[in-house]
Ligand binder design. Structure first.
Ligand SMILES: [Fe+2]
Ligand SMILES: [Fe+2]
Length: 272
C-alpha cells in the first residue's frame, strides 16, 4: 500500500508563480479520472469475484487511485482557487460511467482484463513521469513523482496476476496483442476527453467528443519525451508476451515517438 496521502506533501513549497496553465488543465482532468477509481475497483471485484486475494488487492489499488485524485485535486485548487472540484467530479460521473453490472470482463477473459489493466498502468506511469519532468512547480513535481512510482507498482501488481491467469487460460499471442492494441486505441475514447471537458469547459459548453479528445491530446502529447515512449512500449510488449527489448521493440518505439510528435504538432493549431 502506498505510504502517502495529500497530507504527506509539503504544501509550504507551493509556488503559484510556477504554475503552467496547460499543466493545470491536464492535472484537473487527471484528478477526475483518478478519483473515479472506486468504480473500477467495484468492476474488478465483480469480474474476479471468486478470487478473493486478487479482489482484495484490487480494492487497495482502487483506494490508491482515489488518493491520487485527491492529491491532484488539492493541487489544482491551490493553483486555481475558483475551480470547483466537487462540481467537476459530479459533472464527470454524470456523463461517464464504468460498467457496474458486469460479471465477466469486457475483454473476454481474465487474462485479457489484466492485459488491459497493465496497458492502463503503463499509460499512467509514463504520463506522470512525463508530467513530473515537465513541471516547474515543486509541489506538482513531487505529487507526480509519487504517483508515477505508485503506477509502476500497480503495473507490477496486475502483471503478476496476469502471469498466473495466462497459465490457466492460455490466450494466444495474437489474442493478447489484439487486446493490448484495443486498449491503447481506447485511450482516445470518451474517458479522458470527457474528463478534460468536465474539468475545464465553461458551464454552458456542450460536449463533442472529437473536439475535446483533440484538445486533450494536443496538450497531453507534448509532455512525452523519447525515453517515456521507449519504456512504455517495452512495458506493453512484456504484458502481451513479446520480448521487451528485442528487435521489434528497438524498431517500433522510435516510430511511435515520431508519430506522437507529428500528432501533437498537427493537433495544436485546431485546439488553440
Ligand atoms: Fe493513479
Ligand atoms: Fe494506477
Amino acid at each position: 500500500m502506498a505510504d502517502w496521502t495529500s497530507d504527506t506533501i509539503d504544501w509550504s513549497r507551493f509556488d503559484p508563480g510556477l504554475v503552467a496553465p496547460e499543466l493545470l488543465r491536464v492535472v484537473k482532468a487527471a484528478a477526475l479520472v483518478e478519483y473515479n477509481g472506486r468504480d473500477y475497483g467495484a468492476y474488478l471485484a465483480a469480474v474476479f469475484a471468486d478470487d478473493p486475494a486478487f479482489a482484495a488487492a484490487a480494492a487497495r489499488w482502487a483506494e490508491e487511485e482515489v488518493r491520487h485524485g485527491e492529491a491532484l485535486a488539492r493541487w489544482a485548487q491551490r493553483a486555481d482557487p475558483d475551480w470547483d472540484f466537487a462540481a467537476a467530479a459530479a459533472r464527470f460521473t454524470a456523463g461517464f460511467r464504468v460498467p457496474q453490472d458486469a460479471t465477466a470482463s469486457v475483454r473476454g477473459s481474465r487474462t485479457g482484463e489484466l492485459i488491459a489493466r497493465c496497458v492502463v498502468e503503463t499509460g499512467t506511469s509514463s504520463y506522470y513521469s512525463a508530467l513530473a519532468e515537465s513541471a516547474a512547480e515543486p509541489v506538482l513535481r513531487e505529487i507526480c513523482r509519487r504517483i508515477a512510482a505508485d503506477e509502476f507498482r500497480h503495473y507490477k501488481l496486475f502483471y503478476d496476476h496476469l502471469r498466473r491467469y495466462q497459465q490457466q487460460e492460455r490466450i494466444s499471442p495474437v489474442g493478447r496483442a489484439r487486446i493490448g492494441l484495443a486498449r491503447i486505441i481506447e485511450a482516445g475514447d470518451d474517458e479522458l476527453a470527457y474528463a478534460f471537458f468536465a474539468a475545464n469547459a465553461p458551464a454552458a459548453a456542450r460536449y463533442r467528443r472529437k473536439d475535446w479528445s483533440r484538445a486533450y491530446a494536443a496538450l497531453a502529447y507534448r509532455f512525452y519525451r523519447p525515453h517515456h515512449v521507449e519504456r512504455g512500449i517495452a512495458m506493453v510488449f512484456k504484458a502481451i508476451g513479446l520480448p521487451a527489448n528485442g528487435w521489434l521493440h528497438r524498431n517500433l518505439w522510435p516510430l511511435a515517438y515520431r508519430f506522437l510528435v507529428w500528432r501533437a504538432r498537427r493537433l495544436v493549431p485546431e485546439a488553440a
